[in-house]
Design a protein around this ligand. Sequence first.
Ligand code: NAP
Ligand code: ZN
Length: 352
Amino acid sequence: MKTIGYAAHSADTPLVPYTFERRGLRADDVAIDILYCGVCHSDLHTARGDWAGTVYPNIPGHEIVGRVTAVGPDVSKFAVGDTVAVGCMVDSCQDCDRCHDDEEQYCRNGFTATYNSPDRITGDNTLGGYSKHVIVREAFVLRVPETLDVSRVAPLLCAGITTYSPLRTWNVGEGSRVGVIGMGGLGHMAIKLAVGLGAHVTVISRSPSKEADARELGADAFLISSDRAAMKAARNSFDLIVDTVPVKHDLNPYMPLLDVDGTLCLVGQVGPLEELVSVPLIMGRRRVAGSLIGGIAETQEVLDFCGRMNILPECEMIRMDEINTAFERMEKADVRYRFVIDMSSLEVPDAA
Ligand code: NAP
Ligand code: ZN
């Protein structure tokens, strides 16, 4: 199937329109017309080559919402016309203990990412959701609850599940004390989801500029990380801190904020951090952990949870041709709080 997307052709050139072929429908595949795609900071990291291994041309995008246009003969869960979603994974071995345990993100044989990953059958590099169409194995397609505004669902597929998963892993519920470092795409979802689970939520941000928004999204408290007195007063007051900062940073100022047995879970920076001092770890049995997206079952769980609670991301809708400006604004943390591409703004040339 001939389609069009926006691709990066190198680390230092803007994304441009790119016409390409999607694979033919396999027996267990679902073909999807993409309606919306969220813009994750990981898209920017990948397009810019911040992480090793970007294959160009690269089409990012792993927060996909669309409509089913065709299904293979073995597909049983979806039909033409269904509103569906695709997140960060499009395949895995389905055979290892992690896959059997609904944690495909930790597949022993490596999951297939929605973009920049070799297809398990052809070896072709996967191309993501900044495009008009995508074809995905049924087991990796998600149902979108009918109650949700379809134009605002996309960020749940990465920002939502990536912050929901640690909240569930560390049993966040009524009365849990949760901190969220960095109020961007992931951070603002962490606030809404933790509040939805009943937690007392504090945003830890670099400046006071997002305080009013944080409180509007349901946060109970706001801590400015450069305010030493406030940071000192907040010591020992968190069970879990979710750290969404996308660049190398210093964890040491945050560790004393955790109570005994508290955990700081990294979901942002992938790569080196500043040197970590062990004293707060040892003196309070505190932990530093990490977490990667979430499994397919848990992604469906967060979609359904948001459907029940009517939790939706704060989205700024953009046209496909505004993506390069959106990337620049995201680098400056100037996004409130997730860009979503309206894919109707992208025309397929001679659609044949
Ligand atoms: P984002 O929308 O750009 O938000 C990041 C937030 O971090 C900013 O809004 C800002 O919040 C804070 N920040 C930015 N630069 C900073 C700096 N230099 N120092 C301290 N704080 C800074 O990004 P995102 O889409 O939420 O993604 C965040 C990170 O998570 C990215 O690195 C992305 O690749 C990663 N990620 C990981 C997973 C996973 O599975 N673990 C999944 C998706 C994304 P304040 O203005 O409030 O300080
Ligand atoms: Zn993402």
